[in-house]
Design a protein around this ligand. Structure first.
Ligand code: ADP
Ligand code: MG
Length: 616
């Protein structure tokens, strides 16, 4: 085939492939245009997850009638004079409208302040209609119908109405945080209405907007950030370390007012919190960076969500330093040190299992599950009440327990004999529980310390996974259904996955706007904090919707549930319970590490102990 120039429509469709990935990208582009036009009100309506209709109306400057045709022509913009290094608007590439018009039916109706009348233009799969007069107030209304009708291949990749409409909600919230003085509404038959009344510019208004978007409890749990380095200004809020989420979706970052998803910023946040947060928890953050437009490149990708800093080290250092300092000032110790020398002598448990421990994997999961005699560890059935059940459980029982394994070696000869055989096992005989979470056990030649919470979590996880493969997970009815209040998006996500959750024994259903009712929980979890479980699952699903293989999703859900069913640290265990836990660990492949990759136990060889005491 000879070389030919592509048609205008083809060129626009190719561009659309990058700029317009899904309905939420259209909403993003149209809202950006409204904000660039100085709007103080932006109204968004969607139908069918935005695939049938997206309508964005604003009260901004409007487009003069004679420029309407240009607005939908490629590479036409009113925002970039002649310096690509001085971008102060959200748009600048002049390709959103023509791209949308090449893959959908687009109409623009607009009226400027100085004009008496409005005018309208349409573009339908690339075919432009003549400008005609119309009736409208000041401002602009853009309608996009039948998105991707002209590129059916793209249509096939859409995730369904609910997922697309919730992605649109996320986009609107993300951008609304950067424009607190603008009133946003998002409505349609495919969603419950989101209304964000205007607050004001500046830190206070911004925090009020953040609270509108993220929930009223964020400001109470947030620390203000305000730092400056070499002309780069960082302001915003981060949550205190006790206020975390199971994913990083609630981390919002803005560069010169533009919402960005940036690996460098995300990494800096992770680094700043590394010492105070477990690896599987994420802070909630809203950070605004302001810097000379010349030292940041926003023209990295057509969607304009990526940025490149001229001095990445400076930006990272600023973020890490500012957050750490704020955390320290808020009275949270940022780091723990010490005992490193001694720790060096400890062997991570996972390693020794790998070298011929008892569970090197040739037993089937099923057998391991049966052998683990799991019910013995069901916290609900355990004769010992959990600590938080309160009265009566106190020092007497603690004393009786302490007297057991520590002092009765001679008194209870029968047990002694049993203990003797236990010494030959990999994890040994339980001797004591210390700090209400660590089981100290003794083998023939070592001392083993087990993190009971982490270990139990792993065992529940493995058992849940196995139970799933063989049969439905047994559930228990709650006496009263528990109502959990969530964001509408989260409630919807859970409703979408209610069938999957039912396989795990979690009976959940919609309960009005922004809420779900939980009627059944997996018996395996025993008494569990239903509210927190449901919130974490919503986070997990939101995170995982992009990954999306059923098996992965099931495993993730199992992991999240396991976390809730575990023997929490703080629960006192009887000697038999401790030994049962050790035996289950030995019988369960993979139990040497918890679900988050940390070791569930460490082993200190007698030889090393002797070395520590200078005996060798
Ligand atoms: P860009 O935003 O990169 O300039 P677009 O294709 O999104 O490119 O828009 C093209 C032009 O149309 C803009 O530069 C602007 O002049 C005009 N325009 C688009 N939407 C609006 C709006 N809501 N209000 C006023 N002008 C608009
Ligand atoms: Mg634009």
């Amino acid at each position: 085939m000879p070389i030919r120039q592509l048609s205008e429509t083809m060129i626009n469709q190719i561009a659309a492939g990058e700029v317009i990935e899904r309905p939420a990208s259209v909403v993003k582009e149209l809202v950006e245009n409204a904000l660039d036009a100085g709007a103080s009100r932006v109204e968004i309506v969607t139908v069918g997850g935005g695939l049938n209709l997206i309508r964005v109306s604003d009260d901004g400057s409007g487009i003069p009638e004679k420029e309407l045709a240009l607005a939908i022509a490629r590479h036409c913009t009113s925002k970039l004079a002649d310096d690509i290094h001085d971008i102060r608007s959200l748009g600048f590439r002049g390709e959103a409208l023509p791209s949308i018009g090449s893959v959908a039916r687009l109409s623009i109706r607009s009226r400027t302040t100085s004009s008496e009348n409005a005018a309208e233009i349409g573009i339908d799969g690339g075919r432009v209609s003549a400008v005609r007069p119309a009736a409208a107030n000041r401002g602009t209304t853009v309608e996009v119908r039948d998105l991707f009708f002209a590129t059916p291949a793209r249509l096939k990749f859409m995730k369904g109405e609910r997922a697309e409409s919730s992605a649109i909600g996320d986009v609107v919230k993300r951008i609304a945080i950067a424009f607190p003085a603008v009133r946003f509404t998002l409505a349609g038959p495919d969603r419950s209405t989101l209304e964000l009344p205007a607050t004001e510019d500046g830190p206070e208004g911004r925090l009020r907007r953040v609270a509108q978007v993220m929930g009223a409890d964020f400001p109470d749990n947030a620390i203000a950030i305000d730092a400056m380095r070499d002309g780069v200004h960082l302001v915003g809020h981060v949550s205190v370390p006790s206020f975390t989420r199971a994913n990083a979706l609630q981390q919002y970052a803005y560069v010169n007012g533009r919402p960005v998803r940036d690996k460098l910023i995300a990494g800096a946040i992770r680094g700043a919190f590394a010492d105070v947060l477990p690896r599987d928890r994420h802070a909630v953050t809203v950070l605004f960076l302001t810097l000379d437009p010349a030292i940041v490149d926003v023209n990295v990708h057509p969607a304009k969500a990526d940025v490149r800093f001229r001095d990445p080290g400076l930006v990272r250092g600023l973020i890490v330093g500012a957050i750490r300092e704020a955390l320290a000032n808020a009275g949270i110790r940022a780091a723990t040190t010490g005992a490193a020398g001694m720790m060096a002598a400890f062997r991570p448990g996972a390693a020794s299992y790998a070298h011929g421990g008892p569970a090197n994997g040739h037993r089937s999961y099923e057998a391991a599950y049966r052998a683990s005699g799991f019910s013995g560890f069901d916290p609900a059935r355990s004769p010992q009440r959990p600590l938080d059940m309160g009265d009566g459980f106190g020092e007497d029982e603690q004393a009786a327990f302490d007297a057991g394994p520590l002092h009765s070696a001679d008194a209870r000869a029968g047990q002694n004999e049993a203990a003797e055989t236990l010494l030959g096992t990999a994890l040994g005989a339980a001797r004591a529980q210390v700090h209400e979470n660590y089981i100290v056990a003794q083998t023939r030649d070592s001392l083993v310390i087990v993190d009971q919470h982490a270990a139990h979590e792993r065992l529940v996880y493995e058992a849940l996974k196995n139970a799933l493969h063989s049969r439905a997970v047994p559930s228990q009815m709650l006496l009263l259904p528990e109502i959990v209040d969530l964001s509408e998006e989260d409630a919807e996500r859970l409703a979408i996955h209610s069938e999957t959750l039912a396989r795990f024994g979690l009976g959940i259903e919609r309960f009005g706007p922004g809420a779900v009712a939980v009627r059944e929980t997996p018996s395996m979890l025993g008494e569990t904090n239903v509210q927190q479980l449901v919130r974490d699952l919503a986070d997990e699903i939101a995170d995982n919707d992009t990954v999306d293989t059923l098996k992965e999703r099931l495993d993730k859900i199992a992991a999240t549930m396991a976390c809730h069913g575990s023997v929490r640290s703080g629960r006192l265990l009887k000697p038999e319970e401790m030994n049962a836990l050790l035996r289950q660990m030995e019988a369960t492949p993979g139990s040497g590490t918890c679900n988050h990759g940390r070791p569930t136990y460490i082993e200190l060889k007698l030889a090393d102990i002797e070395r520590l005491f200078g005996r060798r």
